[in-house]
Design a protein around this ligand. Structure first.
Ligand code: DSN
Length: 412
């Protein structure tokens, strides 16, 4: 930190303040996590100094021999982790990974069938405000209004009627198991491609705690920084038959030079994820989510679909008469970081919402277990019952800081 503090004290101070925020609070944003020191070190390394456009063995620049070694390790480890035939580790993010698969398979104006954003999907799955909604025609499925889970029969019906080129599955706010095989079968029945975006649940899939999409759906995309606990970035997996078209779509199709420091850090993350302890970690993420769901329900809160199978929980605040925005802000004042989220049949704007999304990957990385989850559920419940009670919020904020202090961010 001393070089940074000497050169740019403003940024050094901002980073330090952010470190304190992470250290002193509880990070419950379902898509965030805390990476290892080894991942941080690789990301902050001199691998950032080099251009390496192309792929290992076929670069447009000299001096790439060590970058080839790093990218090959990252690819091989990712393939081993998920049992994939082919892996591309260059996408800068999950949206870029999705973009590459779309560019590889669809022409402008083709039809995509995907999950509604307001019911758990993602911006890059066809939202009108993303390139996907502007480059492609989009038809969408949601969840069954009664069970709040995906109705595969209804998806099939839309697919048969609309005949999409691509069916997208996977979600960013869906607390239940996804049947990737059912999606591929629906796609096969209408001659469509099928892409599973497993960004949120990648760690659970890698460790066999959620059924896999790899080798099941035509394409699997992911981020590397959520339950996989690696650097911020994306990746694509597919069978060998699609390898060339995916690689071409990533580079030169839509990206330039790969972020080699991030690719080195991805390799480190995949190595860590291949260890038996990573399975234990993901098992605990799920146990923690269940414990927190129970605690929230004991507090009288309604959970979308009645609970969770994975790392996240969606709270419906409708009967509380408060918005997701108000709830996010009140919890934030107690150092509990969550995000407002739309819920099925949302009546409010995405900037306000009627729901909250809560996830356990980051607090599990700090070593917290079921006991702490029960306690956090109580904190959330108490604040949501009385969100204008500032003394209560302050008191809970102090308790949160003491809990956080018992589980240091980087103990060593
Ligand atoms: N922003 C991520 C999430 O929170 O789910 C998805 O891109």
């Amino acid at each position: 930190m001393s070089y940074l503090a000497d050169t740019d004290p403003e940024i050094a101070s901002i980073i330090h303040k952010e470190f304190e925020r992470q250290r002193d609070g509880l990070e419950l944003i379902a898509s965030e996590n805390l990476v290892s020191r080894a991942v941080l070190e690789a990301m902050g390394s001199i691998m950032t100094n080099k251009y390496a456009e192309g792929y290992p063995g076929k670069r447009y620049y000299g001096g790439c021999e060590f970058h080839d070694m790093a990218e090959n390790l990252a690819r091989d480890r990712l393939k081993a982790l998920f049992g994939a035939e082919h892996a591309n580790v260059q996408p800068h993010s999950g949206t870029q990974a999705n973009m590459a698969v779309y560019f590889a398979t669809m022409k402008l104006g083709d039809l995509m069938l995907s999950m509604k954003l307001s019911q758990g999907g993602h911006l890059s799955h066809g939202s009108p405000v993303s390139f996907t909604g502007q480059f492609y025609r989009v038809s969408q499925y949601g969840v069954d209004p009664r069970t709040e889970t995906i109705d595969y029969g209804a998806v099939e019906e839309i697919a048969r009627k609309e005949r999409p080129t691509m069916i997208v599955c996977g979600a960013s706010a869906y607390p239940r198991t996804i049947d990737f095989r059912a999606f591929q079968e629906i796609a096969d029945g209408v001659d469509a491609y099928c892409m599973a975006d497993i960004a949120h649940i990648a760690g659970l899939v890698a460790t066999g705690l959620h059924p896999t999409s790899v080798g099941v759906t035509d394409f699997t995309t992911t981020t590397t920084h959520k339950t996989l606990r690696g650097p911020r970035g994306g990746a694509i997996m597919c069978n060998t038959e699609y390898a060339a078209m995916v690689d071409k779509a990533v580079f030169p199709g839509m990206q330039g030079g790969p972020l080699m420091h991030t690719i080195a850090a991805k390799a480190v993350c995949f190595k860590e994820a291949l260890r038996p302890s990573f399975k234990e970690y993901n098992r605990q993420i799920i146990k923690n989510a269940r414990a927190m769901a129970e605690s929230l329900m004991e507090q009288g809160l309604r959970l979308v679909s009645g609970g969770t199978d994975n790392h996240l929980i969606l709270i419906d605040l409708t009967d509380r008469g408060i918005t997701g925005l108000e709830a996010e802000q009140a919890l934030g004042r107690a150092h509990i970081t969550v995000n407002k989220n739309t819920i099925p049949n949302e009546q409010r704007s995405p900037f306000v919402t009627s729901g909250l999304r809560v996830g356990t990957p980051a607090v599990t990385s700090r070593g917290m277990k079921e006991e702490e989850m029960h306690q956090i559920g109580e904190y959330i419940g108490k604040i949501l019952k009385d969100i204008h009670n500032e003394p209560l919020i302050r008191k809970i904020g102090e308790d949160v800081r003491s809990m956080a202090a018992r589980f240091p961010l980087y103990p060593d």
